[in-house]
Design a protein around this ligand. Structure first.
Ligand code: DSN
Length: 430
């Protein structure tokens, strides 16, 4: 960890919370599919003096003086992101995936326009049109979902697209374990002259490693977070491929036609954000450099192998994995055949040292606060160095807790086994 002695002396309350969180991350099995553990060099790049710098604007076009060194890190982050995803353009300033999505949406559409995204309860994301989110309030949202097999129903996608004629179609999900057929999505979008966007926040690392299909050649615009499988600092990013850059421009001042990337840039700043977080952008640059190393591909390969091993071991124990397995880092366990809710299962597993999140499953009859499923992922445990054998042990531990959900002694026993397992794969030093 960074040296925290000054913090220890000045603010023992915050210091203690950080120490406890470090112990929690060290001692528990982190199976939340959207979480990961960054390297010490990413932590160092994030916890440094670039947090002091205002840099509204973009490299070489800032509204503040003194930006020569933050320009260096933003240029590095942009260039590395482009190399990683074979993109023509990257904006690394979004503070989060949600803000990346907001800027991307408004680059194509306006209030009240029709947009199609994946149903939240079938695996979609809040920002893909939930009524509780800006996306559901600003746009007329229509949704596709999965069929009974658990795969995206492409016939339904086409039928809804032809009927509703959305201006923008969003692909991508938070709880979908299969590869997405970007090519067919694009064919459907072209039939109605809609723009196609992909939110790759979850599988970005797998895509960067070339292990699953990339949307960059099929989608007009791509958004992501930088902290999930990509294993960087918490934040967002927007990418476009050749197709997007050639897209419509708008007439700017003095009759000049704006490039599409300029429209996206101006939506991020000054559209929806002020000053970029330059310390976070520095950490993004470092994480992208890590992702360009050959061992990153090996890591991502193991993430998938681990997810498949875990899904297989859970299936052998009678658990229903939505769609029958996974192509990626994530799986959704439908607990209805065990008579369990996601809420009760999440709590029992938490008490046993296993961290997961409750999650709606397709065609769920429970509310989002209760749910019938849990979502499980392998990026974090793979970063610790765990492999297939450990995944089989984790399946056994999950099963033990869920089969004996009212037995506190079992949870105490499993918690000890979890600690022993974690101790074999050390993470951060306190
Ligand atoms: N909260 C993230 C996830 O867990 O998938 C998505 O934003």
């Amino acid at each position: 960890m960074n040296n925290l002695m000054q913090l220890h002396d000045f603010d023992p309350d915050v210091f203690q919370a950080i120490i406890h969180e470090t112990e929690r991350q060290n001692d528990k099995l982190e199976l939340i599919a959207s979480e990961n553990f960054v390297s010490l060099q990413v932590l160092q790049a994030m916890g440094q003096i670039m947090t002091n710098k205002y840099a509204e604007g973009y490299p070489a076009k800032r509204y503040y003086g003194g930006c020569e060194y933050v320009d260096v890190v933003e240029n590095l982050a942009r260039e590395r992101a482009k190399q990683l995803f074979k993109a023509d353009y990257a904006n690394v300033q979004p503070h989060s995936g949600s803000q990346a999505n907001m800027a991307a949406y408004f680059s194509y559409i306006n209030y009240g326009d029709t947009v199609m995204g994946m149903n939240l309860s079938h695996g979609g994301h809040l920002t893909h049109g939930s009524p509780a989110n800006f996306s559901g309030r600003f746009f007329k949202m229509v949704h596709y979902g999965v069929d009974q097999t658990g795969y995206i129903d492409m016939n339904q996608v086409e039928e809804i697209a032809l009927r509703e004629r959305p201006k923008l179609i969003i692909t991508g999900a938070s709880a979908y374990s299969r590869e997405i057929d970007y090519k067919t999505f694009r064919q459907i979008a072209d039939k109605i002259n809609a723009r196609l966007m992909s939110d790759i926040a979850h599988p970005a690392g797998l895509i960067a490693a070339g292990l699953i299909k990339s949307p960059i050649e099929h989608c007009h615009i791509v958004t992501t977070t930088t902290h999930k499988t990509l294993r960087g600092p918490r934040g967002g990013m927007i990418l476009i491929g050749k197709d997007g850059e050639n897209d419509m421009g708008i007439t700017a001042a003095k009759g000049r036609l704006k490039k599409f990337s300029e429209i996206v840039d101006s939506n991020v700043f000054p559209g929806f954000q002020g000053g970029p977080l330059m310390h976070v952008i520095a950490a993004k640059a470092v994480a992208f450099k890590e992702a360009l190393q050959p061992d990153f591909i090996e890591y991502q390969r193991q993430v998938i192998k681990n997810a498949q091993a875990l899904a297989g071991a859970l299936q052998q124990r009678g658990y229903h994995i939505v769609s029958g397995g996974t192509d990626t880092h994530v799986m959704l366990i439908d607990l209805r055949n065990h008579g369990l809710t996601g809420k009760a299962s999440e709590k029992a597993l938490e008490e046993a040292g296993i961290t997961v999140n409750k999650n709606m499953v397709p065609f769920d009859d429970q509310t989002p606060a209760i749910t019938s499923g849990i979502r499980v992922g392998t990026p974090a445990m793979t970063t610790r160095g765990m492999k297939e054998a450990e995944m089989r042990l984790i399946a056994e531990l999950i099963d033990k807790v869920l089969l004996n959900i009212n037995d506190e002694n079992i949870r105490i026993n499993v918690k000890k086994q979890v600690k022993e397992l974690c101790d074999r794969f050390p993470l951060y030093r306190v």
